[in-house]
Design a protein around this ligand. Structure first.
Ligand code: GRF
Length: 220
């Protein structure tokens, strides 16, 4: 028996990725415990999802803090109370400063709705449509000081059809995300992911060598 992976999930909104993680843990009895969900906005639907799953929630509203440093100090204290093995950003719409990054080095992962390094930042689906891309998707990466540019852990790709719009792509990418995020967190639970010497390893093989990317085409 392995000891369970303790995670804290940070959200800002709908929390469909949070839900996918909750559902995968219970459906497949994954050795993962969501110790808390932390949110920076009041009234986010993701908070209801956490409540329904009996997961403790914390709301840290930026308006209650003097500046970014004060917020990040308090966010760090809040995270640290749960002593997580992994901090999972799931639609958390704030950039984390070095106060957090240095405190939880190599322990923070994020999911981004594009095949990075393409389209960091916002409006990724609009960008993929405008560029006429044949392929789009999502990326899970370690968070570092560069926005959406930390070391990549895994990607899931979907094919873009002629009739696709930003809206349809968003829905397809969400489906891919809901598959990929629980899968990758499960890898962490089994200690299959390592990061050292500026390389991400899966089962001790550098990911830059495997070029691992799931192709999700069925029905999407
Ligand atoms: C996802 O598309 C994720 O890639 C991005 O924010 C979105 C969050 O969606 N970082 P949800 O709140 O999990 O539904």
């Amino acid at each position: 028996m392995i000891s369970p992976l303790n995670i804290v999930v940070l959200i800002s909104g709908n929390g469909s990725n949070l839900q996918a993680i909750i559902d995968a843990i219970s459906r497949y009895r994954l050795p993962i415990i969501i110790k808390a969900v932390i949110c920076n906005t009041t009234g986010a639907y993701g908070l209801e999802r956490a409540d329904k799953a009996n997961i403790p929630t914390q709301i840290l509203s930026p308006a209650d803090f003097q500046d970014r440093n004060a917020y990040d100090q308090s966010l760090g204290d809040c995270i640290a109370r749960y002593n997580p093995d992994l901090i999972v950003l799931a639609g958390f719409m704030r950039i984390l400063s070095n106060i957090i990054l240095s405190r939880f080095q190599d322990k923070i992962i994020n999911i981004h709705p594009s095949l990075l390094p393409k389209y960091p930042g916002l409006n990724t689906h609009e960008s993929a449509v405008a560029a006429g891309d044949f392929e789009h998707g999502c990326t899970i990466h370690f968070v570092n000081e560069n926005l959406d540019a930390g070391p990549i852990i895994a990607q899931a790709a979907i094919s873009v059809k002629a009739e696709d719009t930003a809206e349809t792509l968003k829905a397809k990418v969400h489906q891919a995300e809901h598959f990929l995020y629980p899968t990758v967190i499960h890898w962490f639970a089994h200690k299959r992911v390592n990061f050292h010497d500026a390389q991400v390893y899966l089962d001790n093989v550098p990911l830059s060598e495997t070029g691992l990317k799931f192709l999700i085409n069925q029905g999407l």
